[in-house]
Ligand binder design. Structure first.
Ligand SMILES: O=C(Nc1ccc2c(c1)CNCC2)c1ccc(F)cc1
Length: 338
């Protein structure tokens, strides 16, 4: 790796092993020097990105405007002549995909805990006017408290005319793609997300996919047909919810609003799914601002204004990491000595 390209990153982070390799990005584990906190650094080579470069801008713009307990936090963006580095919240539990594989399939009660978190994240993202368009277990990570965090907003869309307006780009992963999306017709992103959530719930409860085939054209036909197996272990309420999500006709499909109060989700909880964020976007926490002021100097007011610029530079990262430490019950403090 061209060391000079990593200079800016290595100033503030110790970089460890690669923990993920995706299409055009690799993810390395790193440690923030001033707090000791672990982070995930998504590294993208601009040449390799080619026409995918706008996806990165889309992802960064989206994540700068999303702050939710089940959406992965973006801490900092570093751009060099050849690379883009995104410093993100580290999720030690890894991908939900691997977790399902390790357990074969999840019991209904555990699937409900996770699915409530997914519905909460998607309802919030839709509420902010975005459709994710690539919902799948690989894009849901497990954090240190065994809670889910949604990642990869590279394909998300924020239609100008709001979520009701139709999208054209056929994207996402085939097995999770809605029938209307693969038919190539204009579709509504949020409705396509609800289909993907149906495939996700099926994967959680069954441990395999409702529509699968190594031949992508056969796979597409199965999706359009919308018929899938119902293993004997599925409860009737699970079957009913899957049926409401995996409706080939988007207008017949359950909406995110109905999902928030669906009996399968509220069963054993006695309360609706929380769609609001526990954090106000760009909320400023006095204690964390004070800690930054102590370290970087200046006065509280100046630091307050500096952080309010949200440049997603190292100062933004220090602030957001302190907030995350506080939310995890760790004292939000910067190391006394570097
Ligand atoms: O934390 C991440 N990945 C991660 C973390 C831990 C482990 C893995 C991935 C996979 N092997 C098990 C351990 C991560 C965080 C944000 C992101 F955008 C992409 C990946």
């Amino acid at each position: 790796m061209g060391l000079e390209e990593y200079e800016e990153l290595l100033k503030d982070y110790d970089v460890w092993e690669t923990i993920g390799t995706g299409g055009f990005a690799k993810v390395k584990l790193a440690q923030h020097k001033l707090t000791g906190e672990k982070v995930a650094v998504k590294i993208m080579e601009k040449e390799e990105l080619g026409e995918d470069l706008p996806r990165v801008q889309t992802e960064i713009a989206a994540m700068m405007n999303l702050s939710h307990q089940h959406v992965c936090t973006l801490y900092q963006v570093i751009e060099t002549p050849k690379r883009i580095f995104m410093v993100l919240e580290y999720c030690p539990g890894g991908e939900l995909f691997d977790y399902i594989v390790s357990k074969d399939r999840l019991e209904e009660c555990e699937a409900r805990v996770f699915f409530r978190q997914i519905v909460s994240a998607v309802a919030y993202v839709h509420g902010q006017g975005f459709a994710h368009r690539d919902l799948k277990p690989e894009n849901l990570l497990i954090d240190e408290n065994h809670n889910l965090k949604l990642i990869d907003f590279g394909l998300c869309a924020k239609p100008k005319g709001g979520l009701e307006c139709r999208l054209q780009t056929c994207c996402g992963s085939p097995a999770y793609a809605a029938p209307e999306l693969i038919r190539g017709k204009a579709y509504i992103g949020s409705e396509a997300d609800l289909w993907s959530m149906g495939v996700l719930l099926y994967a959680l409860l069954c441990g395999f996919l409702p529509f699968d085939d190594e031949n992508v054209m056969v796979l597409y036909r199965k999706i359009q047909r919308g018929k899938y197996e119902l293993p004997s272990w599925l409860s009737s309420s699970s079957i009913q919810l899957l049926n409401q999500l995996l409706q080939v006709e988007p207008k017949q499909r359950i909406s995110i609003k109905e999902l928030l109060v669906h009996p399968w989700l509220t069963q054993e909880y006695g309360c609706d799914v929380e769609c609001h964020s526990r954090f106000t976007l760009h909320h400023l926490d006095h204690q964390c601002i004070a800690e930054l002021t102590t370290w970087f100097g200046g006065n509280h007011k100046t630091m307050w204004c500096l952080v309010s610029e949200w440049k997603y530079d190292h100062l933004t990262a220090c602030y957001l990491i302190l907030v995350a430490m506080k939310a995890s019950g760790r004292p939000p403090c910067l190391l006394s000595s570097p």
